[in-house]
Design a protein around this ligand. Structure first.
Ligand code: FAD
Ligand code: THG
Length: 821
């Protein structure tokens, strides 16, 4: 008798069939896959996807997903027909900016373990003879990329899953999700009810409609994307046959939003150059028996939209000059607010999961992770960029999704700076200090809808006052983007006088009730049962001891805690862990409150005269908090500093925010106070060695290798991850988040670059900045533990090698003299 849960998968596209395969491989064979379309050509996106698989992206997780897709599909066939054709990938540059970007991309490939090289125009033409070498500047060649035959892969995967007991039912439309007592119990279809303990919607761009049936908002937008096939090209005749289909590398011409592949003696061309074309599900053709030429996910070809793409294609590939477009269609697939997929369980209906907005490229990897989540409770590849709960509420609103998804479509192949903000929607969330920040000439970047000052032009006049040793060297054009030398002023003032930082966008959660203490105690690595007024830096671990988040927990009352968190994933996690019986409440208080970080050696000189409360070291020690009044404004002062200086995070409710800002600013004038932005903030926190969750560490890392082992108290009693942690030898880590200083004192890197040890790729940069206090660029990187302090390494920045040295950390104030006084 089997005891594995009954699973229903909605959708037999590349994601659903992969998931059926992964789950049955893990012994979960009580599994039914339903699709409204006939099998195997259901009429979803998979049924027409040309299947180009480029593995490399800026995301380690997505690149690893793609790597698994390549490996897995390469091992599959249907009656000898390939599921993956390793023709290689070629992305060409026709502008110097693109060529630079390809070097940067080659760096990502190296960081994440994909092989690839930037090559010259002649070599490109040798690989792809349709290319005219004098029309291009070079290309990035990735020999392991290629074509996925998704329509064949679904057959191979379904056969394998069926052989292990899975059942596939086509022409069965899901009409509703049945639930009882907050749990999914099955799905309603046009052929009756199918009972289930777990339902996973792999419905692709129909995801929103299925989500609605379970009351889950799925932030994706179906959009059309044009794809055409030419008529026969004499240059391709005789090269391929029906079986091989292709042998030239898949080609990308991103400067004009185009890509190409062979279809035997024809060329297929995909274009993102047209206007965004959002599609309504109700406008799709109803098709009971889809064919390759007609299916629900295909809208009629709109030729005018392709005109420019055709021109640019003929310019790039002269063989097209005499060719014609034989067929074309506007094919539909999913776009999301940040371009990432959507993976996770409904927050409201236990057992209802989604795995949507997934490309063929990442499909095997996503499916493996979902199977691991379901079977083991944990994905081996970390998922924070895929988790459906990563968005704040505003980011899941239909208006927001429509606007950002369309923008992502337009920008899909753009050369993107890591700090580049969205142009719209903007000014969605502003702190109460916003008007003042504008008056000070704040340069805003955006995060989860929040406007965050990166520096203030009002401080420009102080650049000339910078002492010699604080003057930053000039930067290369790329690292100078979205940066200003004014950040040096703001860092200098923070280390030598006092500065005000807007900390409002930091996610704040209130955890309250009689069960609050034990609730937090069971989830975190730290001791929570401290006196009222204590603040604890602590970790959330997963069951395997991976770092799920790092938090500050302030005990404001016996049954009242304020948690400083890293984002919505923390809120989502805490809510899911709430005990069934009442007694703990978790509330997001970010929006109704605000926070100013007042930090610097003169912070106390600024704040104390404004208050009748005692802000002395004795009265409010490091990592303590208390209620107080500042110029009559009720505040909570928390003696915490992510920039590593004396001072407090000062919280108040939103209504008092502007007054608090004004009072502090005015009182600080004689002390030389400045408003300071995220550019200085990030530099100062790195100097101090404070990790940023998501960038520096994730669930893939344990606290000891990440350098936050000090926050783990195994002796405190049980907590999530304790057993796993107990099995680790904290002194025997094999890799380490390591601090690097750049030897030449001027070459700034930005993050994700590969790091070489003895000439071999050995790790990657997580965060980087110019350290104003040291007068040299610095970086944090994951490196083998053998790279001890003093080890020489180099970082690849575009096509350059930047020498760096592993340094003892933190670089600034290891004795905590600046903070504890
Ligand atoms: P689908 O294949 O759409 O499967 C979802 C299934 O759910 C469908 O079969 C549908 O019938 C079923 N379903 C929906 N609602 C219900 C219901 N109520 N009841 C029962 N069943 C239901 N990706 C790449 O990686 N590389 C490419 O080169 C590439 N090129 C593309 C080119 C074009 C023109 C387009 C449009 C997309 C392209 N994509 C590419 C994207 C890729 O096709 C999709 O991301 C991928 O196929 C999605 O797979 P899926 O299984 O999630 O969705
Ligand atoms: N402020 C508040 N909450 C936060 C952050 C914050 N939560 C999320 C994130 N930032 C957490 N990150 C850190 C990292 C380091 C410190 C605080 C928050 C810190 N560490 C000290 C140290 O390592 O020297 C103290 C450690 C200790 O005494 O345990 O200050 O910015 N509210």
């Amino acid at each position: 008798m089997s005891t594995t849960p009954r699973v229903v998968i909605i959708g037999a596209g590349i994601v659903g069939t992969n998931l059926a395969d992964e789950l049955t491989e893990r012994g979960w064979h009580r599994l039914t896959v339903l699709d409204q379309g006939p099998l195997p050509l259901t009429g979803g996106s998979t049924s027409h996807a040309p299947g180009l698989v480029y593995q490399t992206s800026g995301s380690k997780t997505m690149t690893e997903f793609a790597g698994y897709t390549v490996d897995k599909l390469a091992g599959l066939d249907v009656d000898g027909g390939w599921c993956f054709n390793r023709v290689g990938g070629l992305e060409i540059a026709t502008t110097p900016e693109r060529l630079d970007d390809l070097h940067r991309k080659q760096g990502w490939a190296t960081s994440w373990g994909v092989s690839g090289a930037v090559i010259g125009p002649e070599e490109c033409a040798k690989l792809h003879p349709l290319l005219e070498p004098d029309r291009i500047l070079g290309g990035f060649h990735t020999p392991d990329d290629g074509l996925a035959k998704s329509t064949r892969a679904v057959v191979a995967l379904a056969r394998r899953a069926e052989s292990r007991g899975a059942e596939f039912r086509g022409s069965t439309r899901v009409l509703g999700i049945s639930q009882h007592g907050g749990r999914v119990t099955g799905v309603k279809t046009d052929h009756g009810e199918v009972p289930a303990d777990i339902v996973v919607s792999c419905a692709g761009f129909w995801g929103q409609a299925i989500g609605e049936m379970a009351g889950m908002n799925v932030p994706l937008l179906p959009m059309a994307h044009q794809y055409v096939r030419t008529d026969q090209l004499p240059e391709l005749v005789g090269r391929n046959d029906e079986r091989s289909e292709a042998q030239l590398p898949i080609l990308r011409h991103q400067d004009h939003d185009l890509y190409y592949r062979e279809h035997n003696d024809r060329l297929g061309i995909g274009s993102y150059a047209h206007r965004p074309m959002p599609a309504r599900l109700s406008d799709l053709p109803e098709e009971d028996s889809p064919t390759e030429a007609s299916m629900p996910s295909m809208l009629p070809f709109t030729e005018d939209d392709f005109a420019d793409s055709w021109e640019h294609s003929r310019r790039l590939l002269p063989a097209l000059e005499t060719a014609k477009i034989e067929t074309g269609f506007n094919g539909i697939f999913s776009f999301t607010p940040d371009g990432g997929p959507l993976v996770g369980e409904s927050p409201d209906v236990a057992g209802f999961w989604i795995a949507e907005a997934v490309w063929v490229t990442h499909s095997c990897g996503v499916a493996r992770s979902v199977a691991q989540l379901l079977v083991d409770g944990r994905s081996q590849v970390e998922l924070h960029g895929c988790d459906a709960a990563r968005f704040d509420e505003i980011e899941t609103a239909a208006d927001y999704v429509e606007e950002t998804a369309q923008r992502n479509f337009v920008e899909i192949y753009d050369v993107k700076h890591p700090l580049q903000p969205k142009l719209s929607p903007r000014d969605l969330r502003v702190s109460p200090f916003h008007a003042r920040q504008q008056q000070l000439g704040a340069f805003f970047l955006e995060s989860h809808g929040w406007e965050r000052p990166h520096w203030y032009e009002a401080n420009a006049g102080l650049v000339k006052d910078l002492p010699m040793e604080w003057q930053p060297p000039s930067r290369d054009a790329w690292s100078a983007m979205y940066h200003s030398p004014i950040a040096a002023v703001e860092a200098w003032k923070t280390r030598t006088a006092v500065a005000l930082y807007d900390m409002t966008s930091l996610k704040r959660l209130e955890v309250s009730g009689p069960g609050a203490l034990s609730f937090l105690d069971e989830l975190t690595t730290g001791k929570m049962d401290k006196s009222v007024g204590a603040v604890t830096y602590t970790l959330l671990l997963d069951e395997a001891g991976g770092v799920r988040s790092d938090l500050t927990v302030a005990r404001l009352g016996e049954q009242l805690f304020q948690v400083g968190a890293n984002g919505n994933l923390d809120l989502d996690y805490l809510r899911r862990q709430l005990p069934a019986e009442d007694g703990v409440r978790v509330r997001d208080i970010t929006g109704g409150t605000c926070c100013i970080g007042v930090w610097g050696p003169l912070a106390r000189d600024l704040v104390q005269p404004l208050s009748r409360d005692d802000f002395s070291h004795e009265a409010l020690k490091f990592f303590r908090c208390k209620s107080a009044h500042i110029a009559g404004i009720p505040v909570t002062a928390m003696r915490v500093s992510y920039v590593g200086e004396l001072g407090w995070e000062i919280y108040t409710s939103a209504e008092y925010g502007q007054r608090l800002w004004d009072v502090l600013f005015a009182a600080g004038r004689d002390l030389g106070v400045v408003a300071a932005g995220r550019a200085a903030f990030n530099s100062l926190r790195l100097e101090k060695g404070y990790r940023a969750w998501g960038a520096d560490m994730t669930t893939e890392h344990n606290p000891y290798e990440a350098g936050v082992g000090f926050a783990v108290r195994p002796q405190k009693g049980d907590f999530v991850g304790r057993e796993a942690i107990a099995r680790l030898d904290k002194h025997a880590v094999t890799r380490r988040l390591s601090c690097l200083t750049i030897d030449d004192g001027r070459s700034v890197v930005l993050g994700s670059e590969p790091v070489f040890l003895d000439g071999e790729p050995a790790g990657y940069v997580t965060s980087a900045a110019f350290s104003h206090t040291l007068g040299t660029p610095i970086a944090y990187a994951w490196l083998p533990a053998a790279a001890t302090v003093g080890t020489r390494v180099h970082i690849q920045y575009f096509d350059r090698r930047v020498r760096a040295t592993v340094a003892a950390e933190p670089l600034v104030d290891p004795e905590m003299h600046r903070i504890r006084r």
